[in-house]
Design a binder for this molecule. Structure first.
Ligand code: ADP
Ligand code: MG
Length: 327
């Protein structure tokens, strides 16, 4: 691998589309996403529940369900994941890229010590390693995520939520991947612990020189940790840029709502939605005409409903809103 160009792109998604076949017809969950993660970089994907974030994550290691059709290209470390041979894909999982799945901290085996669970992927990928060497590696991993090595002997119920999430991160690091994907890694945690986990992830990216794609429905979670942020709505990217730009100067009305820039609307339901935005994202099976955000948009005008706005340059970065350049 050379040090420049494509080789620094640990993950490259080009026009990725994912459609689920459901009993009520095709459900286009992801509708043409481009995303790149380079070495040493933290890239965030924000958007409310249902916007297609986890579906996008599932394509990174071809883990989408059978009823999902994936189009476009997903390249990890330069190889197309969606077309690669099964053996190559198996080698890539854990050792090339690893995923901390949404809700994963509830997936730890309750009757197995966490040390054994961290050791499992190591055993699969380096079957020749001695028990001692594996134990040493597990200790090292636990310390890397800020836990004492003696925690290897704990069962999941003996750990707090934050400690369990650290175990999940240790597991993701077990086979020394270059790319890590973390889907809502802090959502189940309280604010203090959330900040500690984000600090840990940021430090790991710096120290290990890996790339991190991090997903959150909460844009403010991504603001501090990310280099770049993409905002998704109804399966598409509606805005992207550096975290500072997107957070401090949101150009799409949806991003503005997510960052809390709009005053809260008085109705009760809106208090539980980001930025006081009333309603929910549309069902991908019945998208509205034109801009998918139009039915909820505080800036909507008639022409918003005639065509879906493409990502276009607004002040030097891509924004999918025909009014974004207007004062
Ligand atoms: P997010 O992670 O942003 O909450 P998801 O990727 O989980 O979004 O879901 C995006 C859309 O795809 C939603 O409309 C959801 O109902 C639908 N969906 C997710 N998984 C499946 C599946 N296995 N089969 C059918 N539809 C699905
Ligand atoms: Mg999700």
């Amino acid at each position: 691998m050379t040090e420049t160009g494509a080789a620094t792109e640990l993950l490259a998604m080009r026009d990725v589309r994912v459609t689920y076949q459901t009993s009520e017809g095709p459900l286009p969950a992801v509708r043409g996403v481009d995303l790149v993660v380079r070495r040493g970089e933290v890239v965030g994907v924000a958007g409310e529940s249902g916007c297609g974030k986890s579906t996008l994550v599932s394509t990174v290691l071809r883990l989408q369900p059978k009823d999902a059709e994936v189009e476009g290209a997903v390249e990890v470390l330069g190889d197309d994941v969606q077309t690669m041979k099964w053996g190559d894909l198996r080698a890539l999982r854990w050792a090339g890229a690893s995923i901390v799945f949404q809700g994963a901290l509830h997936s730890l085996n309750p009757v197995q010590r966490v040390g054994r669970q961290i050791a499992e992927p190591i055993g699969v990928h380096e079957p020749g390693l001695s028990t001692d060497a594996v134990d040493r590696r597990v200790s090292e991993l636990l310390e890397q995520v800020g836990l004492s090595a003696s925690r290897a002997r704990s069962y999941p119920h003996q750990l707090s939520g934050g400690q369990k999430q650290r175990v999940m991160i240790a597991m993701a690091l077990a086979c020394r991947p270059q790319l890590i994907v973390a889907d809502e890694p802090t959502t189940a945690l309280d604010v203090m612990v959330q900040a500690q986990i984000l600090d840990l992830l940021r430090a790991l990216v710096r120290d290990l020189d890996v790339g991190l794609m991090i997903i959150s429905h909460d844009l403010s979670v991504l603001a501090d940790i990310c280099d770049r942020v993409l905002v998704m709505y109804a399966g598409r990217v509606v805005e992207s840029g550096t975290a500072a730009e997107v957070f401090a100067d949101p150009k799409h009305p949806y991003t503005a709502a997510l960052s809390g820039a709009f005053p809260r609307i008085g109705d009760q339901a809106a208090r539980y939605s980001p930025g006081g935005l009333a309603g929910d994202p549309p069902d991908p099976r019945s998208l509205p005409d034109g801009c998918s955000f139009a039915p909820r948009c505080p800036r909507v005008v008639e022409r918003c409903t005639s065509a879906e706005p493409p990502l276009a340059d607004v002040g030097g970065r891509p924004v999918a809103c025909i009014r974004a350049g207007e004062p």
